[in-house]
Each structure stands twice: as structure tokens, then as C-alpha cells.
Design a protein around this ligand. Structure first.
Ligand SMILES: Cc1cc2nc3c(=O)[nH]c(=O)nc-3n(C[C@H](O)[C@H](O)[C@H](O)COP(=O)(O)OP(=O)(O)OC[C@H]3O[C@@H](n4cnc5c(N)ncnc54)[C@H](O)[C@@H]3O)c2cc1C
Length: 462
């Protein structure tokens, strides 16, 4: 029953980052979290455990496929599944523990339990009601499933269940060829599962340009994933240890059935607002159930703000973090800003895929016929040296001003390299600016420079 300048509901990347910035700005801050550990979806069951599994299985793939050609001979490692899960849990523990440390360091009170907002200026947790001049809702998202598909987290799993299966499935069916489905699908393909991805759309990862989608799908197929595109899943029938996935190809009426040991439902996520009491307060929601906010993350109810997955925009940890920092500035009476035009998106498969800004298709819809500079990683010495010559860097620049409007990278370390292009976009740089910047040799980043050169008089190594 304490009194705070700000109480934040939810300790995911949006909430905990916001709490730190609020505290740094001199606000008396508390954070409420219903889970046992801090860090939200991202640290507990999302970004971090999935990247740990991608890393471990990438190592396995390298050992199985690339070691011998480099003269590293001997038996390939065998998989100790229990130990791999323990490694993943340890990584999660280090990260959630790190957030706990940061809360203490910044003198932020962690109120444990599930919060509701009984009235403006009050946050109820258990039997305690705390006063809060400002409330920031950062309650995140939950798995969205399909009609006819019931998740039991054993045979029919969400991403959460897929990160703690008790054994590696022989046959895995993934419903949905979005980021989460493809990341976890490639984890299991590397572990030897027969992975079939069923997707309603005709291309993987909606929102990417068609050339990126095609290359990405082809490379995943090379790694053993099978795709059934343009197919609508009708239902999943599960027993204790098996499932049957019934789908209907868009062309034709006949239903088809796939057998699976495990079915991963990766059809997206939806905002999580259960138990907050938003309806009684009259907090407006969007048609898709997100909390509606203005450009300063304020809801229509004074003193209540919202950020992260629970509001509109891409469901990404770094978007939530940026909003967390910006809303703290607003609450402290300063100016908060997020440039939604420069939020990178990354798929952490091998190769990685990273994008920022507009796609070529979006620019064309806006009536801009961009100049496109493309450079294949086959022409990049470093990429070839590490068996990663697949993919390309693609830059889209304004045909008259040469200003960078969008970029896509499919290739090694794409998720790190994209930031050169984010900074360039933030600074309003042209392709020429990038092309005139000396890039160290031999690095993957040289491919970015080459793509920039390709927007002008031509790349050197293609
Ligand atoms: C498998 C998977 C992989 C992902 N990988 C990536 C990635 O690589 N990169 C990336 O950018 N994004 C990734 N994401 C998405 C990312 O996890 C989310 O965008 C991010 O976590 C959103 O942050 P948030 O703070 O809005 O909400 P969340 O992280 O969902 O946190 C919200 C928290 O609020 C708590 N909460 C909710 N209601 C209440 C309440 N009433 N009282 C108290 N506590 C409450 C919840 O328990 C939760 O801990 C991934 C997601 C998944 C599922």
C-alpha cells in the first residue's frame, strides 16, 4: 500500500526498460509481474530461449556438415537433449536474474502478483491497493491459435511448449511460416526431425519482398524443411502421443492429412489484457483488441499509458523497449520519441534475415520506383570462407535523392549488420554516403557497401 509516481504492469522488455528509465528520471517506480521471474515473454519463453536453441543446434549443424571439409574429422557430437534444455534454461536464468539485479540497482520495487486497475490512480495486487500517479500497461501478448486447434503444450504446442518438449519429435508439423515457426522449425530440422510447415499464404514471412521470401524458403528447403503453401489447416486431432493435421489446399476441395508426433502452432500472438479491468475503466481498444493509444502512448483514460505487444505495431522486443524508454520520458514531462520507420526485424535462422524500412513493393505502392542495389554474398570473401555464401544485401534508395529508404539482408550475421543501415536511415544517409565509407576487409559488412555501390556506378566484386 505504497504510493508511487509510476507503476508499470508487466516486466517484459517494454515494462522493465521503462521502469529503469523512469527511475533514472527520478520517478518513484514499481513494477508488477505475475510470473515467477522478470523479463516477460522475451526472456522467459521467447527471444532468449529460442536463440539459445538456435545457437546449440547451429553448432551441431556445423559439426555435421562443415567440419570435415575444414579438416576437422572425427565423430559428430550426439545430442543430449536434457543437457541442451538445461543449457537453454541456464541462459534464461542468467538473463532474468540480470533484470532482477537491474531492478534492485535502480531501486525499483518489484511487486509480485497479477495486477488490476480498480480505478484511475490505483493498482491492485492480491489484497493490496497501491497509489500510482501514472500507470503504464506493458502486459504483452499471448499465443493466438486457430479454430479447431487446441493447444495442450505436449502434443499440440505453442512456442512455449516447443521450447521444452520431453523428446525430439520424429515428425514435427509447424502451422504457420512466420518468424517463430521458421526459427523453431529449423531448430528441430537440425536435430533430425522431419519438419513440414503448413502455411495459408503463398510465401513465407509476410511483409518481406518476394525475392527475399523466395531465397529464404529455398535455403530452408535445402536444410530439409518441407513447405505446404496455400493451405488452410482445418483441424488437429491429437492423442496422448500423436496428432493428425487436416488441411485443405486453397486450390481444390479435397482435404489432406499429415501425421505428426508434435504440432507447433505458430499462427501469431494476440494482446494480453486479461484481468486488468480495462473495460470497466472505459479504456479504448482497437478492432484487433490492442489497447488504443495516441502518439505519446497515452490511452483515452488520463494517467494510463500502454506500450509493447499490447498496443499496435510489430510485436518485437526492441520496439517494446523503445516505447518503454519514450513513455518514461513523457511521464517525466519530457519528450519521448520512437521512429517507427526504422525498426529492424530479424529472423535468427541460418542464414539470418534482417529488414528495415520500406520494402520494394511498399515503395512501389507509394508511387516511388526505387533504385535497387543488390549484392550477393557469393562475392563476399569472408562469407565464402565460413560456408555462408548464400543470400544477398538489397538496398532501396530514392531514385532522385539517393536517400536510403529500406534494406533487406539475407546472409551471415544479417541481424547485426542491419544496424549500419538503421543508423544510415536515422541520419538520412544516401547510398553514396555508405559507398564512400571505408569498410574493413574481410567482413560481411563489405557486402552492404557493395550493395550501396550497386545503387551508383556498380559493385566491385560482382
Ligand atoms: C518464441 C518467441 C520468440 C521471439 N523472438 C523474438 C526475437 O528474437 N526478437 C524480438 O524482438 N522479439 C521476439 N519475440 C517477441 C517478443 O518476445 C515480444 O515482442 C516482447 O516480449 C514484447 O514485450 P512486452 O514487454 O510488450 O511484453 P511481454 O514480454 O509479453 O511481457 C509482458 C509481461 O507482463 C506480465 N503481465 C501481463 N499481465 C499482467 C498483470 N495483469 N499483472 C502482472 N503481470 C502481468 C506477463 O506475465 C509478462 O511477463 C519472440 C516471441 C516468441 C514467443
Amino acid at each position: 500500500m505504497a504510493s508511487y509516481d509510476v507503476i508499470i504492469i508487466g516486466a517484459g522488455p517494454g515494462g522493465y526498460v521503462s521502469a529503469i528509465r523512469c527511475a533514472q528520471l527520478g520517478l518513484k517506480t514499481a513494477i508488477v509481474e505475475g510470473r515467477e521471474t522478470l523479463g516477460g515473454t522475451c526472456l522467459n519463453v521467447g527471444c532468449i530461449p529460442s536463440k539459445a536453441m538456435l545457437h546449440a543446434t547451429h553448432m551441431l549443424h556445423e559439426a555435421e556438415h562443415n567440419f570435415a571439409s575444414m579438416g576437422l574429422k572425427g565423430k559428430s557430437p550426439s545430442v543430449d537433449w536434457k543437457q541442451m534444455l538445461a543449457y537453454k534454461d541456464e541462459v534464461v536464468g542468467q538473463n532474468t536474474g540480470g533484470v532482477e539485479f537491474l531492478m534492485k540497482k535502480n531501486k525499483i520495487d518489484w511487486i509480485k502478483g497479477w495486477a488490476s486497475i480498480p480505478e484511475v490512480g490505483k493498482v491492485k495486487v492480491g489484497d493490496d491497493v497501491h497509489d500510482a500517479k501514472n500507470i503504464i500497461v506493458a502486459s504483452g501478448s499471448e499465443v493466438a491459435t486457430l479454430p479447431g486447434v487446441e493447444i495442450d503444450e505436449k502434443v499440440v504446442v505453442s512456442s512455449t511448449g516447443a521450447l521444452e518438449l520431453n523428446k525430439i519429435p520424429k515428425k514435427l508439423v509447424v502451422i504457420g511460416a512466420g518468424v517463430i515457426g521458421l526459427e523453431l522449425g529449423s531448430v528441430y530440422a537440425r536435430l533430425g526431425s522431419e519438419v513440414t510447415v503448413v502455411e495459408y499464404m503463398s510465401a513465407v514471412c509476410p511483409g518481406f519482398d518476394a525475392d527475399v521470401q523466395r531465397t529464404f524458403k529455398r535455403l530452408l528447403e535445402k536444410q530439409g524443411l518441407t513447405f505446404i503453401m496455400d493451405a488452410a489447416v482445418q483441424k488437429v486431432d491429437a492423442t496422448k502421443s500423436k496428432a493428425k493435421v487436416t488441411y485443405k489446399p486453397k486450390a481444390g476441395d479435397a482435404e489432406e492429412v499429415l501425421d505428426a508426433d508434435v504440432v507447433l502452432v505458430a499462427t501469431g500472438r494476440k494482446p494480453y489484457v486479461d484481468g486488468l479491468g480495462l473495460e470497466a475503466l472505459g479504456v479504448k481498444r482497437t478492432e484487433r483488441g490492442q489497447i488504443a493509444t495516441d502518439a505519446q502512448w497515452a490511452t483515452n483514460v488520463k494517467g494510463i499509458y500502454a506500450i509493447g505487444d499490447v498496443i499496435e505495431g510489430p510485436m518485437l522486443a526492441h520496439k517494446a523497449e523503445d516505447e518503454g524508454m519514450a513513455v518514461a520520458e513523457v511521464v517525466a514531462g519530457k519528450h519521448g520519441h520512437v521512429n517507427y520507420g526504422v525498426i529492424p526485424g530479424v529472423v535468427y535462422t541460418t542464414p539470418e534475415v534482417a529488414t528495415v524500412g520500406a520494402t520494394e513493393a511498399q515503395l512501389k505502392e507509394q508511387g516511388i520506383k526505387p533504385k535497387v542495389g543488390k549484392f550477393m554474398f557469393m562475392g563476399n570473401a569472408r562469407a565464402k570462407a565460413v560456408h555462408q555464401g548464400d543470400g544477398f544485401v538489397k538496398l532501396m534508395v530514392h531514385p532522385e535523392t539517393d536517400r536510403l529508404l529500406g534494406a533487406a539482408i539475407i546472409g551471415p550475421a544479417a541481424g547485426d549488420m542491419i544496424h549500419e543501415l538503421c543508423v544510415a536511415m536515422e541520419f538520412g544517409a544516401s547510398a553514396e554516403d555508405i559507398a564512400l565509407t571505408c569498410h574493413a576487409h574481410p567482413t560481411y559488412s563489405e557486402a552492404v557497401r557493395e550493395a550501396a555501390l550497386a545503387c551508383g556506378d556498380g559493385a566491385i566484386h560482382s
